[in-house]
Design a protein around this ligand. Structure first.
Ligand SMILES: [Zn+2]
Length: 124
């Protein structure tokens, strides 16, 4: 099977591990986003799993950290509040530590997805 699934959060295509059916819930292995499969033919179509903003971002960062084996510092709540504020003001979970509200800075931001934590010991 050569079908791929597109993650609307990190905008990456990846191959699902198992065969998917409409209604299946899939976790993006790149960013930890939770997605719901809408259809599988002729192509897999998925959308962000419907969640309230607070539930969505906690779910995503917790899943991302779990996938990567990362742990949070005691500033987690502060960062999460910043993310929720960005979502409210700018429409998406842009990194509160970064100035530009661009897709690359949607949490987990591109640099973090590209192993910045491994290189520098933490995300920004
Ligand atoms: Zn993703």
């Amino acid at each position: 099977m050569s079908q791929t699934i597109y993650c609307p959060v990190c905008r990456v295509n990846f191959k699902p591990k198992e065969e998917l059916k409409p209604g299946a819930v899939v976790i993006c292995r790149v960013c930890g986003a939770r997605m719901e499969v809408l259809q599988v033919e002729p192509e897999i179509e998925a959308r962000k799993y419907p969640q309230e903003p607070e539930e969505e971002i906690y779910d995503r960062v917790n899943t991302f950290a779990e996938l990567k084996g990362y742990v949070f510092k005691d500033t987690k709540k502060l960062v999460m509040d910043g993310l929720l504020q960005k979502k409210e003001e700018y429409g998406d979970f842009f990194c509160p530590c970064r100035f530009d509200n661009i897709p690359e800075n949607i949490c987990p931001c591109l640099e973090t997805r590209q192993n910045q934590v491994k290189k520098e010991g933490m995300c920004l």
